[in-house]
Write a protein that binds this ligand. Sequence first.
Ligand SMILES: NC(=O)c1ccc[n+]([C@@H]2O[C@H](COP(=O)([O-])OP(=O)(O)OC[C@H]3O[C@@H](n4cnc5c(N)ncnc54)[C@H](OP(=O)(O)O)[C@@H]3O)[C@@H](O)[C@H]2O)c1
Length: 349
Amino acid sequence: MSDGNPETINRQWLLKRRPHGMVSEDDFEYRETPLPEPDLAAGEILVRNLYLGFDPAMRGWMTDARSYIPPVPLGEPMRAVAVAEVIASENPAYPTGSLVQGLYGWQDYAVARPDDPVPPMALPEGTPPTMPLSILGMTSLTAYFGLLDVGQPQAGETVLVSGAAGATGSVVVQIAKIKGCRVVGIAGGEEKCQWVRDSCGADAVIDYHSENVTARLGELCPDGINVFFDNVGGEILEAGIEHIADFGRIVLCGQIAAYNDAEPRPGPHNMMYLVARRVRMQGFIVMDYLDRMDEAMHDLMTWMGEGRLAWREDIQEGFENIPATLLRLYDGRNQGKQLLKLAEPSTPG
Ligand SMILES: NC(=O)c1ccc[n+]([C@@H]2O[C@H](COP(=O)([O-])OP(=O)(O)OC[C@H]3O[C@@H](n4cnc5c(N)ncnc54)[C@H](OP(=O)(O)O)[C@@H]3O)[C@@H](O)[C@H]2O)c1
């Protein structure tokens, strides 16, 4: 693998095959191509990726099942969110040297157009390049709208959050605390549980690696769970259903425990509780809320300014490590938002 001479080549990781079961590095293929033509059409920009963001949903984008977004075509660079620097521009909205965010994929360079399905998002001058992928990124918007719009927590209610140490879950914990709720988190391992308790302010945290989640929920939530924000699915969803309160709300954000299953697993055995306790269980996709993004950004930036939001960025490095970095999400090695650094901006922000 070359070191990515910025003058001449574009390094890429392509989707080679659709995984069956756990995604592996062998599902991707490395390729070097010439740098995209700097001979841009009107409106186009040439960008150089600086930071890649990794999302559990990427495993779903690799399959060809019907979903909210088309699958990544085989032989194409793996789709991924990136913060990139504009290095050539035929569009005055995105001047050379400015930073943009978009779906630029696992490669050094991409040509972006204003009519792309996800148009380039210009980042305000001075924005630290990792922030639009982490605390001011999609995962925080997911936490904000999933909890407040779908979950509708009321002050004094008990909120349960699975995946509580992750990019999405940790922000859910903190927004629920800001809204005056009692919060119980579930995370894997003592270090993560301690961070959720001490830095994110959860009232209690269950380590699902070493504790019986159903039994602990019984002890910690004797009056039931009013809102369950579930990032995980499987047995953890089943445990939450077991202790859901009357008129509880279950927010189905993700099912990471099942993303790499080769065969569909049986559903929760205790769905009758949802009937008897008059529970609402609802999935959502953050992209449906993009027209309300300013509302969330305003609140998130206010809370950040007040020092009320903690977050962690897990920044890997090296183009050769891109596929392996995706795998970190599925065994919980990531500590906070999973990112990979490819380059620094050439001009300081
Ligand atoms: N609905 C939407 O629009 C939307 C948008 C963004 C994200 N999501 C979903 O939100 C969830 C969290 O995403 P994120 O980007 O914030 O990632 P993340 O939580 O930062 O990272 C994933 C975490 O999931 C946990 N995990 C992995 N495999 C697991 C398993 N088998 N059982 C239990 N936990 C497991 C690990 O934490 P532990 O070490 O604690 O196990 C891992 O660190 C995902 O389900 C994702 O698909 C949904």
